[in-house]
Design a protein around this ligand. Sequence first.
Ligand code: HEM
Length: 499
Amino acid sequence: MDIFSVLEINFLSVLIGFLCIILVLINRCKQSLNSRLPPGPSPLPIVGNLFQMDVKQPYKYYLEISRKYGSVFTVWLGSKPVVVLSGYETIKDALVSQGEEFSGRANYPVLMKVTRGYGLLVSSGARWKELRRFSITTLKNFGMGRRSLEERIKEEATYLIEALRKHGDSAFNPKELLCNAVSNIIYSIVFGQRLDYDDNQFKFLLSVIDHYFRFLSSSNGQLYNMFPWVCQHLPGPHHQLFEGHRKLREYVKKEADQRLENLDRESPRDYIEAFLVRMEEEKGQPHSEFVYENLVSSVWNLFSAGTETTSSTLRHGLLLMQKYPHVQERIQREIDDVIGSSRSPSVQDRQNMPYTDAVIHEVQRSMDLTPTAVPHKMMRDTEFKGYCIPKDTMVLPLLSSVLSDPKLWKNPHTFDPENFLAEDGSFRKSDAFLAFGLGKRVCLGEGLARMELFLFFTSLLQRFTFSSTQPLEEINISPECCSFGKIPRSYYCHVKLRS
Ligand code: HEM
């Protein structure tokens, strides 16, 4: 090695060392500027607490460090501080008592990239309030109006039963069929009709949703959200995902354009038409939120949130029935007693079926589908529990900490419907059931999801008994991945027609 190479290597080492010192100093400076943030584990420059956590399941790290730092603490995702709220009282104090301050939606890079900041799920402030109000009213009108939502779900359940019946004795993966059935309910509210399960367009839409949640919940998704400026230039599954979204936006736009041609202003038939009518009414108003971008993204928000969550819950619930056949039998006994076999289940039956109700709640509690909800952000600088959280800081309500709190549940770490049953066998409601979140940004589709879960679940168990292709002790009920949300495992199963 010549003298110049040695000098070059030494110079590089000094430069790298110097840069590291500068970064540490900048980091210290940043932390002291944010010194009124809640405490938390010390971050490294640029990467924050990345190396301390398992990016495949960050919520476990948050649960663990909440034991040391208490119910409000700060972690650093990359170079950004994130305040985590843990425990029922703290989450309630933030999302309910100081609901307005905590009601913003964080700029989560993947969500921002696919929605461009428009639409009901990712927006904050005046835009979000306007779109949320409009969406709640419109869902209500199309759910309760012309044709009751309950009737639609009952009808879809008959299509689903027929499709399952076709599998006869052979083992199959029910994932796609459950997705089709659940998706058709929100599709019919948003687009005004249902689609056949083998419709190619339907398959495409569902594949975009699947891809999207898989990426969001993977470690790749987590890394993209921490370092979007690097990841967007690297090869990876996100490029395919963004391309899928581009096509999906085109699809929604095409559907909207077709409706514009013969729009019945007096009597819109679906969410898109209702939105178009509002767009025409507010045409020319410079600050109107009823614009194409908000239409396209809100349709995507409703369609994706309304499909993945409920179908994942059903899929996981049916897996639990295979793992715990005594629970499945007890539900079927309750169905036989209350409904019988000659009519289909209706929402009214729920009040007479405390065990089934308890099981469905317990499926949701134990699976803990969205451990950190959808990330919030602060709307303004806010004093909270003696700390000052600056405007725009990302906030994660750790729903997981409540759904698995041993002080709140008899058996927090096992699947046990007793968690929702009183001693006399009646259903026991719990305020700590936060599967749908809490406060101003609580899930907008909660009522719809609860109706779908009850009607699909009971309709399926009324007709079929589900069994696994594996011995009970080998059935794996842990999720496939869980970063943003959890993706329950896919599986093969048998369905046997009940007599
Ligand atoms: C089992 C089913 C479901 C679960 C567990 C679930 C859970 C959640 C959770 C935890 C949030 C975030 C709350 C927060 O930000 O603090 C949320 C938001 C949301 N959900 Fe659901 N959800 C379900 C079904 C649905 C359905 C069927 C729809 C369709 C209408 C829907 C639409 C939405 C929308 C639009 C938001 C965003 C609300 C906003 O930002 O204001 N969800 N959901």
